[in-house]
Design a binder for this molecule. Structure first.
Ligand SMILES: Cc1ncc(COP(=O)(O)O)c(C=O)c1O
Length: 395
């Protein structure tokens, strides 16, 4: 199975946002034919064979009329959450959207008014901030603390910010992109306690929750007691886990009926329907299966090997770059602050000299300046070229 994952797949010329010039230009100011993409959270691996086979079957069927998920769809979601996260999902909780980012926007509109405050924990996935700003709500930043290289939640600051009656919601990235933390049970319990005492809705973006490395344990908000189930929106998806982002489907779990109705109202008002597209639905059902799980286990060990390779290589050859410890996701958070370069200088060096397209740290929040996020869900061949280029320019 691992050799299936390790197989190099040429992605140029396949309308890939990560690999095409037009896509890379979203992130990079400079690219040429040699530019290598290590940016957007998308893997260079083929989806599990079961997903490809089921999609093929549906294509061969040849009829692509309006679709609606039948019981199998919900059954696969229940199976996956029970098996991997240890909690029971009811079919009626599941609301399908075209992605997690659209879901964040629906949640913001559904549970807050213009001018209300919404907490995020930066450095964090940029659309959290933009979704709040685009909806004319106020970003309240509960910045993560960096203690001896480890990112931690500033609970005192969170408590203070949660107490403001204008603050309505916390959007939490769990596991955290870009810093790679898988929050411990204790950390999550403290966050939940603060949300419950201050009447905040907890939107838990658990999109990376299947990508838990090195034996760490993931605790879903869905598994943390009945009280928080009434106050939470849990964002799940097959897109990161199985590399299916192009199928445009996410499953949002909303146990509380009133919250769910408000969320659905936003979907309908946007002219949308809470129904996955045909191929997205086939992808979910196929991926959330025993075969999908076997593939995922191989993926995790491949990712662990890639991260270890990257860490050892950098520590040995370019020790001025500091590699953040990683508990989950396939995104390495690298600290270049010892070079004392401005954001522009660092970006230029990476893009023009090393010919690498990465996510500059400052897009995740100002405290990300001097860092980069590097996506190592690529073939070892691509990773080796990347590291050699980094060494040539930064050693
Ligand atoms: C934390 C997080 N949430 C959401 C997304 C995007 O989700 P979608 O493509 O389903 O909108 C990403 C993609 O990188 C992500 O890292």
């Amino acid at each position: 199975m691992k050799s299936y994952i390790a197989e190099y797949v040429e992605r140029r010329g396949t309308d890939s946002r990560k690999w095409s010039k037009i896509g890379m230009q979203e992130m990079a100011d400079y690219i040429d034919d040699e530019s290598l993409p290590l940016w957007v959270a998308d893997m260079d691996f083929k989806a599990p064979k079961i997903v490809i086979d089921k999609l093929k079957e549906r294509v061969v069927h040849g009829v692509f009329g309006y679709n609606i998920p039948e019981e199998n769809y919900y059954e696969s979601i229940r199976y996956w959450n029970e098996k991997r996260k240890g909690f029971e999902v009811e079919s009626k909780w599941v609301v399908a959207t075209t992605g997690v980012v659209p879901a964040l926007n629906f949640a913001i509109k559904a549970y807050s008014e213009k001018g209300d405050g919404i907490i995020i924990q930066s450095p964090v996935y940029p659309p959290f901030r933009y979704s709040i700003m685009n909806n004319e709500r106020k970003v309240i930043d509960n910045k993560l603390l960096l203690n001896n290289g480890k990112y931690e939640i500033d609970f005192d600051d969170l408590e203070k910010k949660a107490q403001d009656p204008k603050t309505k919601m916390l959007i939490m990235c769990t596991p955290h992109n870009p810093v790679g933390r898988v929050w411990s049970e204790e950390e999550l319990r403290k966050v939940i306690d603060i949300c419950l005492r201050n009447n905040l809705i907890l939107v838990a973006d658990e999109i990376h929750s299947d990508l838990i490395l090195f034996g760490n344990k993931f605790y879903s908000i869905g598994n943390m007691g009945d009280e928080i189930l009434e106050k939470t929106v849990i964002c799940t998806s097959v897109s990161k886990t199985f590399n299916l982002a192009g199928l445009r489907v996410a499953n949002i779990l909303i146990p509380n009926e009133k919250l769910r109705d408000k969320f659905l109202k936003e979907i309908y008002e946007a002219g949308e329907k809470p129904i996955p597209n045909l191929f997205g639905a086939v992808g979910v059902e196929a991926a959330y299966s025993e075969e999908g799980e076997e593939w995922l286990e191989s993926l995790i060990s491949y990712l662990e090997e890639n991260y270890n390779y990257l860490k050892d290589y950098i520590e040995t050859n370019i020790p001025k770059i500091k590699v953040s410890p990683l508990e989950g996701t396939y995104l390495a958070w690298l600290d270049f602050r010892e070079y004392n370069l401005s954001a522009k200088e660092l970006k230029n060096k990476l893009e023009k000299e090393a010919k690498l397209v990465v996510d500059p740290g400052e897009i995740f929040g100002e405290e990300g300046q001097g860092f980069i996020r590097l996506n190592f869900a690529c073939s070892l061949k691509t990773l080796k070229i990347t590291l050699e280029r980094l060494k040539k320019i930064f050693k």
